[in-house]
Ligand binder design. Structure first.
Ligand code: NDP
Length: 483
């Protein structure tokens, strides 16, 4: 009996016009399931029912929202082992990372459950006598959420949780590469005491159902995480309807390793940042900018650490690096290895496809040295287990190289100097700065986002998310009572 999964629209599980196969990238002989693809009538139905449900949700008070969000968060955390395994099976990240991601997703919901009770507005004195002013946040309305495959549960959760907490309805189009995690999260949300239609899952390809969603005048706001070209397309479509947008896109994050840094910390931080999640993170450290005084010692240790990383099936407890997500991603990665070689970067290790006991999209983590920041491998997001090392002669050169990119999500420095760390924090042109830490790895209660081509629109996460998921109303009241 095949495992068939449906879309969730207007409080009902519904089949679509077609289905896609979901296969395990660690073992492509394993079919995880068949997933329904929503059609445009179903999308319209979702949009209309979301509009009605949102009004009820906004009216029905903050304790109902608190309980629903707490219920979702608690179940995600309690089932993180089971759902983390499912996530690792379909996405390919090692089991510990899959479990950790589902647990973290639960924390986004419990955090925003608490935020529902903290929706406290402002008031102001009027410049006119006898008038009082109150300033409060209202829901935006119906939010379209388009999420990627690399953090299928966490990214969706850090968008869905604040959307619901601040009184909105949701239409969620997850990445077609990771539908099992999307259905699992939807099953948990569907159990809560929420109006039918408040939360809708519409699986389908980005080019068809995703594009229709972003072009719809029935949507009030779109939160997207993915590639720059798709983000640009969403921005262009959204402006036609003046739809509010929040875009989190690519990056080319750099870690600067200084001559006064602790070498062991530098190597550990660089290995985690470059190869965690097989480099498929928008926060990955793909450029390692190393001071010439420590360059050779760093390279020796970093190469040894890279060669020690155990690549394998995501569900094998020993695995530190799973496969990459798809054959297309693997082809792209191998293309970038060829690009680097053509640019005369020296490949010191990895970069080839690996044969394993099960057929999957395995690749040996790769390290280029002798690279220049102007090379394509240092300018374009690769989303791959590929790190390139750039040698610099000074801290100032390191900082200007970190900033010499069109992106600006995260950056990092390894140094023992408080003065340098402080200068770096102030002058790195990125949304997040990491000192003696990997460029990847953030908390759930503080803002996340970048500059340049990495982000567009208000920040995600923490209380800052209110900026996107709410709209401000200013009310003037004349009491009419004489003083
Ligand atoms: P995409 O930007 O294509 O996909 C992200 C999401 O957008 C998916 O849900 C996708 O649907 C959807 N989408 C695609 N096209 C449209 C469209 N025209 N309108 C609306 N939605 C759309 O990224 P990919 O998954 O193809 O990855 C390609 C590259 O993008 C990666 O190699 C990486 O460089 C970058 N990326 C960056 C991420 C980040 O975290 N910043 C996350 C993912 C990718 P579908 O499921 O059909 O693909």
């Amino acid at each position: 009996m095949e495992n068939r999964k449906q879309n969730y629209i207007d409080g009902q599980w519904v089949t679509g016009d077609s289905e896609i196969e979901n296969r395990n990238p660690s073992d492509i002989s394993e079919l995880i399931g068949l997933y329904a693809q929503a059609n445009s009538d179903q999308l319209e139905n979702a949009l209309d029912s979301a509009r009605a449900a949102q009004r009820e949700w906004a009216r029905s008070g903050i304790e109902r929202r608190y309980e629903a969000l707490m219920g979702i968060g608690a179940e995600l955390m309690a089932r993180s082992a089971e759902l983390g395994e499912l996530l690792s099976r379909e996405e390919g990240k090692p089991l510990a990372e899959g479990k950790g991601e589902v647990y973290r997703a639960g924390q986004f919901f419990t955090y925003y459950a608490a935020e529902t009770l903290r929706q406290i507005g402002d008031n102001a004195e009027s410049v006119r006598e006898g008038i009082e002013i109150d300033i409060r946040r209202e829901p935006v309305g119906v939010i379209g959420i388009i999420s990627p495959w690399n953090f299928p549960t966490a990214t969706a959760s850090w968008k869905i949780a604040p959307a619901l907490a601040y009184g909105n309805a949701v239409i969620w189009k997850p990445a077609n590469a990771t539908p099992a995690s999307a259905v699992a999260l939807t099953e948990i949300i569907a159990k809560q005491n929420i109006p039918a239609g408040l939360f809708n899952l519409v699986m389908g390809s980005g080019r068809s159902i995703g594009q229709r969603l972003v072009e719809s005048p029935k949507i009030d706001a779109i939160s997207f995480t993915g590639s720059v070209p798709v983000g640009q397309g969403i921005a262009t479509a959204a402006v036609q309807n003046f739809t509010k947008i929040q875009l989190e896109m690519g990056s080319k994050n750099a870690l600067a390793v200084m001559d006064d840094g602790d070498l062991d910390i530098a190597v550990a931080v660089a290995l985690g940042g470059a190869f965690g999640g097989s480099g498929q993170k928008c926060t990955a450290s793909s450029r390692l900018i190393v001071h010439e005084q420590v360059h050779d010692a760093f390279v020796d240790k970093f190469i040894a650490g890279t060669k020690d990383l155990k690549v394998g099936h995501a569900l094998d407890e020993q695995t530190q690096l799973g496969p990459v997500v798809s054959s297309e991603q693997l082809e792209e990665n191998l293309k970038y290895i060829a690009v680097g070689k053509d640019e005369n970067a020296e490949l010191l290790c990895g970069g080839d496809r690996l044969d394993m006991p099960t057929e999957g999209f395995y690749m040996a983590p790769a390290v280029f040295v002798g690279t220049k920041n102007s090379m394509r491998i240092n300018r374009e997001e690769m989303f791959a287990p590929i790190a390139s090392i750039i040698k610099v002669g000074s801290y100032d050169e390191a900082l200007s190289t970190v900033n010499d990119t069109k992106f600006g999500l995260t950056s990092g420095i390894v140094t023992r100097s408080l003065a340098r760390a402080t200068h770096f924090r102030r002058n790195a042109r990125t949304g997040c700065v990491m000192i003696n830490l990997p460029t990847a790895g953030t908390d759930y209660h503080v803002p996340f986002g970048g500059r340049g081509d990495s982000s567009y629109g208000p920040r995600e996460q923490g209380s800052y998310a209110a900026e996107f998921y709410t709209i401000v109303k200013t009310t003037y009241t004349a009491s009419g009572h004489p003083e």
